[in-house]
Design a protein around this ligand. Structure first.
Ligand code: PGA
Length: 228
């Protein structure tokens, strides 16, 4: 790919987990927003905590920034008596996309494949793009999934990413096994040092970035590299 003209759509997605409060989130937008250029081949999505979404949405609109918003989860149910849950109907005016089935949700909150399935259905009904995280080729992928992120558990937050070659093979296998023609992202210890080596892979269509996405300079570097 190096040197050739890029034609593939790339997704650069920031997963902030529970790290940033509203002040830090807006400060990040202030720093990053003006440095990003609109590029039809690179979609930049930021996924903050639920409580930051409305204010961030406003700031993105006011600044006309080339940034989309996503949520880190979504309720498996619709509106109703489901204490503590954020339903798709409430999120659809705030986010383009929802991360579903992240390994931290499976580990700490008992999220099952069945719940992942229900959450993807909720996204489908509300026109939110469901991004399903898979931990390997055997993780099940619901039918109406629109983006998959391959995130091996050993690579998350460890500083030890998978090799680009293996990530590429896994992405290819996922596409073949599930007969999928949707974007497959890689996630797990992505930095500006290694991001390009993943994006150069034929079957990898973007990155899901945790730790490195919190640092404005680092994140801008990753987006700029992806845009070249
Ligand atoms: P990391 O997290 O980039 O900090 O490894 C990625 C993720 O959990 O989505």
């Amino acid at each position: 790919m190096a040197g050739g003209e890029k034609t593939k759509q790339i997704w650069i997605i920031a997963n902030w987990k529970s790290h940033q409060n509203i002040g830090q989130s807006l400060e990040w937008l202030d720093q990053v927003g003006p440095l990003l250029q609109t590029n039809s081949l690179v979609k930049v999505v930021v996924c903050p905590t639920f409580s930051c979404l409305a204010e961030m949405k406003k700031a993105i609109m006011v600044g006309n920034l080339p940034i989309l918003l996503g949520s880190q989860d979504i309720s498996p149910f619709g509106l109703g008596a489901f204490t503590g849950e954020e339903p798709a109907q409430n999120l659809k005016n705030l986010v383009e996309l929802a991360i579903i089935g992240h390994s931290e949700r499976r580990q700490h909150f008992g999220e099952t494949d069945q719940m992942v399935d229900q959450k993807v259905s909720q996204c489908f009904e509300s026109n939110i793009i469901p991004l399903v995280c898979v931990q390997g080729v055997d993780t099940s992928i619901p039918q109406t999934t629109e983006i998959v992120a391959y995130e091996p558990i050993f690579a998350i937050g460890s500083g030890h990413p998978d090799t680009p070659d293996n990530a590429n093979q896994v992405a290819q296998k996922i596409k073949l096994m599930h007969d999928l023609d949707i974007p497959i992202l890689y996630g797990g210890s992505v930095t500006s040092q290694n991001s390009q080596s993943f994006l150069d892979q034929e079957h990898i269509d973007g990155l899901l970035i945790g730790g490195a996405s919190l640092d404005p300079e680092e994140f801008v570097k990753i987006v700029q590299l992806a845009s070249q």
